[in-house]
Design a protein around this ligand. Structure first.
Ligand code: PA5
Length: 425
């Protein structure tokens, strides 16, 4: 289970003073009576999800693993970050799996897109195109390019068996495309927004194709759902309160820190979840992320002695699945024999403790989160923990967690500049 410690937040936090507000918000989430409640489908999704579709996801994943070398996940924002974070987090960065997972549709950069297309030229690949709206330009352009390549490789008929789409239940351009060409389709329910969608086919199909036990992932999410849907101040709400208190105390930036390179993408997902949910009406914490100890050799200086704008939320893993023992060396010219026989996990934990002591000692508050391990169950639990904490944080700040009105502005400008019909001025 996820643990939250306030031992280094450098102030006394009165959780009791939040009791009434938390109970009201939790009840509002449960009864779907708060602003944005049309998008609260994720909150009980580990119970309500479509079991028939879940079985279809597992079947499609097995088919993809059996018949292809590469799966290209084509989506942006909430339509790919969760899957990417979960795959890296659970399986690590150098997966030795027969199915490679690539990502496209998250950028217009021609250098990236052309490299992926080149790479796919002599590969047997399938596509999982994911878009709720079906009109997101990055994703739509990438999908057009990918399907053109696929068609040239295997022909229009076979292509149908290599494209898997995840769309809104009842609307959107991608849905129409699926109907016309007969692609297998999975659903992102209408009451779940992109950044809360990792528990749906959006996250589950890429994860299952990567060989992850998605039933365990959903069990973890369900466990968190049961633990954190309570009027009490549970661990998710404790975290939400701590970040709210630190925001009110004058820290506008929250830096999400891990000691695991495989959690870099988790940081990206976390930034989107909190940034897009909370950053509106000119309020909210700016979410940033860092990976230690790597970033102690870059951002560490700023954190320790730069402008006092941030607090850290540090996630640590109690038992990594493997350890590496430092060997004895006869010459000991590097002076490391004092560590011989010790595991890297021991060293990493000392680095963690020393860093918390240094940063908190330098007046940088540290919220400490810990999880037992990095498996599918824990990842499901952790992602649901963050979703709950995020909803609470937003409601404490009196903003709707589930819209993103600001994102539309760049799109409108871009469409005008591109000459998209209907956006001339
Ligand atoms: O969280 C969100 O709602 C967004 O990040 C969307 O997921 C993102 O903009 C992609 O949208 P769509 O799935 O409609 O292509």
């Amino acid at each position: 289970m996820i643990k939250v410690s306030d031992a280094h937040v450098l102030r006394d936090v009165s959780y009791a003073s939040y009791a009434k507000e938390v109970a009201t918000i939790n009840e509002g989430i449960r009864s779907r009576s708060l602003e944005g409640s049309d998008y609260l489908g994720w909150a009980d999704y580990p119970n309500t999800y479509d079991k028939e579709e879940f079985a279809r996801i597992e079947k499609a994943a097995a088919y993809i693993r059996e018949n292809f070398e590469v799966l290209v996940v084509c989506g942006i924002g909430g339509s790919y970050l969760g899957a990417r974070a979960a795959i890296d987090g659970i399986q690590g960065l150098y997966r030795k799996d027969k199915l490679e997972i690539l990502f496209m549709g998250q950028t217009f950069a021609p250098s990236y897109v052309s490299q992926v297309l080149d790479y796919l030229k002599d590969k047997k690949f399938a596509i999982n195109v994911i878009s709720k709206s079906g009109t997101t330009t990055e994703t739509a352009v990438a999908f057009r390019l990918l399907s053109e390549l696929l068609k040239s490789q295997i022909g229009a008929e076979n292509m149908k068996k290599a494209i898997f789409a995840t769309t809104d239940a009842s609307k959107g351009a991608l849905l129409e495309l699926c109907k016309k060409y007969g692609y297998e389709r999975f659903v992102l329910p209408s009451d779940i927004g992109g950044r809360y969608s990792v528990f749906t086919a959006v996250g589950l199909l890429p994860m299952a194709a990567a060989g992850i036990d998605i039933a365990a992932f959903m069990d973890g999410a369900r466990n968190a759902m049961l633990s954190f849907d309570s009027d009490e101040i549970n661990e998710a709400y404790k975290y939400g309160i701590l970040r709210h208190e630190l925001y009110k105390a004058g820290y506008p930036v929250e830096m999400f820190v891990t000691y695991e390179p495989r959690f870099v993408q988790l940081g990206e997902w976390w930034k989107q979840l909190f940034g897009e949910s909370e950053g509106k009406d000119h309020t909210g914490l700016l979410p940033d992320s860092a990976t230690f100890t790597t970033d102690l050799h870059s951002l560490g200086q700023f954190i320790q002695q730069g402008s006092p704008v941030l607090f850290e939320t540090v996630l640590s893993v109690e038992s990594p699945e493997r350890d590496v023992i430092i060997p004895h060396d006869e010459d000991n010219l590097d002076g490391l024999n004092y560590l011989e026989g010790k595991g890297l996990d021991f060293v990493a934990k000392k680095a963690h403790d020393g860093t918390v002591e240094a940063h908190a000692g330098g007046n940088v508050p540290n919220v400490l989160l810990s999880i037992d391990k990095m498996d599918a169950f824990t990842m499901g639990e952790l992602m649901m923990f963050f979703c709950r904490a995020c909803a609470l944080s937003c409601y404490l700040n009196k903003v709707n967690p589930f819209n993103q009105p600001g994102v539309e502005i760049y799109k409108k400008n871009m469409f005008r500049l591109l000459g998209k019909p209907g956006y001339e001025k």
